[in-house]
Write a protein that binds this ligand. Structure first.
Ligand code: 16G
Ligand code: ZN
Length: 531
């Protein structure tokens, strides 16, 4: 049979439902029962992408992150562990919407020709999935697509999204001077734990940190990581039930805590000033929190993690004696206004990009060290290859410089530089707090968050909302931004923006103001403009 015929035969087992699909901010994401045809076709796309990249490995991750248990999703990982290059998203969308098996095969061949892909360049695809009930069947759909092209994918089983990003980068850099690590989970755990132990050497024993794993894949993976970490840290794992599918992200996890600004109900009697953290369903997001002595909840979100990491790294670079090192922070419009002011006060450049990891990641590449975090806890720290080389070649002049340099080097190993990684970020925060001997309230006191409110509005068509200035201003519908500005001007420290969601058919409204009551009121008033 020709390739066309085998694709058509295999595709016929995965009929497309009557639905329009779009490769969005984080791939395709929706109710899992709508996804088999999409995942099959993403398998074909992955093969094309790998061949386009000269036969390098690409990754396919099956997950719907913080979404409810009945959802699932699929996204592609590029050879260096980054998200799929945006220009290819449109090919994915077109393939997913092809009306018939014949059209699928035709479009596959068309792309093959368009990119002049040679038959002798073999595709290499790795796959991983989260713990959802629907995940194994979706992996089967992906494997069926690849098998129809005579490709045997490398299946990493149930892994966190960042673990798969890590593995893809390792596979493509093996044996080069950019080698990133062993392309196995053991390699991942070994790399993180060795760096962590080095950084914690000589630090006094810390109180335990409690980690809510959203009843997702982060639970078992954190359980494994703990074995490698030994007694260098005490981690208490909660919400780690991956057997009861309905519990995933339910009343727990990073999104629950961030959106509701409250504890997961499973933490019934929180210890004042103890450290708590929550991961999301695929463990690429983390937020911290604590209760103070009067039992009031305090969130330490992505902005707080970014400022903590940036100030610590700047200090380490200075203490190492490395000069002319440019470190910048990347945020989105959701970053709390006071976090931005705090970064400016530290004398660091700060830029704002549209929402979505790929935008932040891209902007962070402009610095020797780019610290990027979304307020919701997605983020990491990137060191440029030039910066890594400078760190490696730097000759310290004093024992103090030498010790700082050693820590800086270990940090570059501890941080997952392919994508935000909740497990790596957890260890990063723990290291910094240990080095500063900080309790969570001391960390929190760097700056006080401006009261804020996030609302969502159901609208007939979110596509009529067009933004500019990193989503901070609307250009369409005409006149709406002026009305928002007029409202905002009535509040001290007021700020508000409206943007269409990239993952749901809604429009989001964010507002900040001097008091909680004013922030809520401003959000309500702006929302009322949308109807
Ligand atoms: C996706 C993005 C996340 C972003 C969110 C915004 C990735 C891996 N994930 O989950 O970064 O915060 O979308 O959703 O990029 P929204 O457009 O619905 O507000
Ligand atoms: Zn996630």
């Amino acid at each position: 049979m020709s390739t066309q015929e085998t694709i058509i035969a295999a595709s016929s087992a995965y009929p497309k439902p009557n639905q329009t699909f779009q490769y969005g901010t984080a791939g395709f994401r929706m109710k899992a029962d709508l996804l088999p045809s999409v995942v099959f076709r993403v398998g074909l796309l992955a093969a094309l992408r790998s061949r386009f990249k000269g036969g390098q490995y690409v990754g396919v991750m099956i997950t719907a992150s913080h979404n409810p248990p009945a959802d699932n999703g699929v996204k592609l990982i590029d050879p260096l562990g980054e998200m799929l290059e945006s220009s290819w998203e449109a090919y994915g969308t077109k393939l997913a919407n092809a009306a018939s098996d014949q059209e699928v095969a035709d479009y596959y061949s068309q792309l093959e020709q368009e990119f002049n892909l040679k038959p002798d360049v073999e595709a290499k695809v790795v796959v991983g999935c989260d713990t959802r009930e629907s995940s194994p069947a979706l992996v089967d759909a992906l494997v069926a697509a690849l098998n129809s092209l005579s490709i045997k994918p490398n299946d990493y089983g149930t892994v966190t999204t960042p673990q798969l990003h890590y593995v893809v980068r390792c596979l493509n850099t093996q044996g080069t001077d950019r080698a990133y690590g062993e392309p196995t989970l053991e390699g991942y755990f070994t790399k993180l734990s060795a760096a962590f132990k080095g950084l914690m050497k000589g630090k006094s024993t810390r109180t335990p940190v409690t980690v809510d794993c959203a009843n997702g894949v982060g639970g078992p993976q954190l359980g494994l990581l703990k074995k490698y970490l030994g007694d260098s840290i005490t981690i208490e794992v909660t919400n780690e039930d991956v057997q009861t599918y309905s519990k995933l992200n339910y009343q727990c996890g990073a999104d629950f805590v961030k959106v509701g600004q409250r504890l997961p109900p499973s933490i019934t009697s929180p210890q004042p000033l103890a450290r708590y953290a929550s991961l999301d369903g695929d463990a690429d997001r983390i937020v911290y929190y604590y209760v103070d002595k009067s039992n009031t909840f305090h969130l330490l979100d992505g902005d707080k993690i970014a400022t903590l990491a940036a100030s610590f790294i700047v200090d380490l670079v200075r203490a190492s004696g490395i000069a002319d090192f440019n470190l910048g922070v990347v945020q989105t419009a959701y970053a709390n206004g006071n976090s931005t002011k705090y970064i400016e006060k530290l004398g660091l450049p700060v830029v704002c990009t549209p929402t979505g990891v790929k935008h932040l990641h891209h902007a962070a590449l402009a610095y020797d060290c780019g610290v990027y975090f979304e307020a919701n806890g997605h983020g990491t720290v990137l060191f440029s290859s030039d910066a890594l080389a400078r760190i490696q070649e730097h000759n310290p002049n004093t024992p103090a410089e030498s010790s700082a340099l050693k820590n800086l080097t270990a940090l570059t190993e501890l941080i997952n530089q392919t994508v935000g990684d909740a497990l790596s970020d957890l260890l990063l925060v723990e290291v910094i707090l240990a080095h500063k001997s900080w309790t969570p309230d001391q960390w929190d006191s760097c700056y006080t968050d401006l009261p804020n409110k996030l609302e969502k509005a159901e609208v007939a068509d979110r596509n009529i909302y067009k933004t500019t200035d990193a989503e901070r201003k609307l250009t369409e519908p005409k006149g709406l931004q002026d009305q928002i500005d007029a409202l905002v001007s009535k509040y001290s420290n007021g700020r508000s923006f409206v943007r269409p969601s990239g993952t749901e058919n809604v429009v989001r409204v964010y507002a900040e103001a001097g008091t909680k009551g004013e922030a809520d009121e401003l959000a309500q008033k702006v929302k009322a403009l949308l109807n």
